[in-house]
Design a protein around this ligand. Structure first.
Ligand SMILES: Cc1cc2nc3c(=O)[nH]c(=O)nc-3n(C[C@H](O)[C@H](O)[C@H](O)COP(=O)(O)OP(=O)(O)OC[C@H]3O[C@@H](n4cnc5c(N)ncnc54)[C@H](O)[C@@H]3O)c2cc1C
Length: 450
């Protein structure tokens, strides 16, 4: 490898993809530095998956404390204190960020603080420092999209959600994706009056229709309000501190105390100087890469994770980082397999899916068989909670292969992770049936579907 550059590899962004790539490349013997403008760990650790999941855990206590009474517990005057949860979550985030920094240091990866801007195909500038590398990996992730609406500065995004002074009394969440639905559940459980406002009449595009419908029905029953086919025209801050949202569609105006934008995430390529390096972007501003995560227009530059806008999930960014480092520095050419990637929404209740939805399977395969189990989990029955779970297997009629598994209900993501192994492995419905159930569980429904 050439020694004419400062490093073998410079990684821009110490998030899920960047940290994995840096650490593995260093373990393969490369001289590596990673540049981070915010905090080591990236979105997932600092303001994404991890703090979000901890808030979801916190939110669950609201219903658990109510249900506990039916299980014989005397629950005193239970009160929720947001600053306690927020500060404990932020402390855990700092602890994890420290662990990531330690991992990099232990692998002899140099960490450089500051914002990197490309100055050429082999060089970046970090403040006054010019650094060069044989290869550069763009792992800058994505950021919340903020719609171009007058008054947008009054809203917050998922970046700020973890730092709020208080849980808003009335909050409107704009968006219909997983972040919108997760925060709708979180704020609702913490006692807020939640309205989800969406341009279309669908939530969670890409997930199975029946499962999405079930979440919508349960959310409505819990008291979350939905405004579909509605666009925001402007946001005004009133003298008393509240916000007035001027709308078009199913309502003309809404008053609230806080507005959250959860309207998608855009690749972080603005102001990165990529034109200096001749790196091509697609229409969404994502770095164009080939199957090896190499820029299609600059051979010394690679990109992994959200900045490439392939599948914006942490485990995917990690795999892409690993595949890049193994291929380029470890002599083990590896490509990421994007087929059958499971995913989950940590809503209340959570949902998860893998493989084809029913309608995708009908469109692609023609004849399919669908097995469903629509049941009230045992715990909900005793708790008098009228909330039903729904499990679903989509089977290719021609081969008997299970091509999709989808579920909503308590612990659905935990259960689906293992069902995803079977779907990915191409197991058939009779092979699911051959497996003896673990009783009594909710997961046993997956092997008892008739
Ligand atoms: C609220 C929320 C919840 C989520 N929940 C989940 C979940 O449950 N499961 C899941 O799989 N995924 C989840 N995600 C998505 C997940 O966080 C991302 O897919 C993942 O973090 C992408 O990793 P990455 O390495 O591409 O980028 P990131 O982790 O975003 O890291 C990019 C890093 O680059 C840094 N950076 C950017 N530009 C520069 C620059 N010019 N110079 C130096 N540094 C720079 C940034 O500060 C950042 O630290 C969630 C995201 C959000 C926002």
């Amino acid at each position: 490898m050439t020694r004419t550059h400062d490093y073998d590899l410079l990684v821009v962004g110490a998030g899920s993809g960047g940290v994995r790539a840096a650490r593995v490349a260093a373990a393969h013997g490369a001289r590596v530095a990673v540049i981070e403008e915010h905090r080591i760990g990236g979105t997932c650790v600092i303001r994404g998956c991890v703090p979000k999941k901890l808030l979801v855990y916190g939110a669950h206590f609201a219903e658990d404390l109510v249900d506990a009474r039916r299980f014989g517990w005397t629950v005193g005057d239970a009160k929720f204190d947001w600053p306690t949860l927020r500060d404990n979550v932020l402390a855990e985030v700092s602890r994890l960020s420290g662990l990531y920094a330690d991992t990099l240091a232990n692998h002899k990866v140099e960490t450089i603080s500051g914002r990197a801007v490309f100055t050429g195909p082999n060089s970046v500038r970090v403040e006054a420092r010019e650094l060069s590398a044989h290869r550069i990996l763009i792992a800058t992730g994505a950021r919340p999209h903020v719609p171009d609406v007058p008054g947008a500065e009054h809203a917050f995004t998922s970046n700020e959600a973890f730092h709020l002074d208080a849980v808003p009394t009335r909050v409107v969440i704009a968006g219909g994706g997983y972040i919108a639905n997760e925060f709708a559940g979180i704020f609702h459980q913490f006692g807020a009056e939640v309205t989800l406002l969406n341009r279309s009449d669908q939530i969670l595009r890409g997930y199975d229709e029946q499962i999405r419908d079930r979440l919508l029905q349960i959310s409505l029953t819990k008291g979350i309000r939905f405004l579909f086919n509605t666009k925001m025209q402007s946001i005004t801050r009133n003298a008393n501190g509240t916000l007035t949202l001027a709308l078009s569609g199913s309502a003309s105006a809404v008053e609230c105390d806080a507005l959250m934008f959860a309207t998608g995430r855009v690749p972080n390529t603005d102001g990165l100087g990529l034109d200096q390096a001749g790196v091509a972007l697609d229409d969404a501003g994502a770095v164009r890469v080939d199957e090896d995560s190499r820029s299609t227009t600059c051979e010394s530059i690679y990109a992994v994770g959200d900045v490439t806008n392939r599948v914006q999930l942490t485990p995917v960014a990690i795999r892409e980082g690993q595949a890049f480092a193994d291929s380029v520095f470890g002599g083990k050419p590896t490509r990421v397999d994007y087929n059958c990637i499971p995913s989950a929404v940590f809503s209340h209740p959570p949902l998860a899916g893998v493989g084809m939805t029913e309608s995708q399977a009908r469109n692609r395969l023609g004849t399919v068989r669908v097995y469903t189990s629509d049941f009230r989990p045992m715990k909900n029955v005793l708790a008098n909670r009228n909330e039903r779970a729904l499990y679903k297997l989509v089977v290719d009629e021609a081969t008997d292969r299970v091509v999709g598994a989808h579920m909503i209900g308590p612990d659905a993501p935990e259960i689906l992770q293992l069902a995803a192994v079977a779907v990915k492995a191409g197991l058939t419905k009779p092979q699911f049936d051959e497996c003896v159930a673990i009783h009594p569980t909710m997961a046993e429904e997956m092997v008892l579907l008739k």
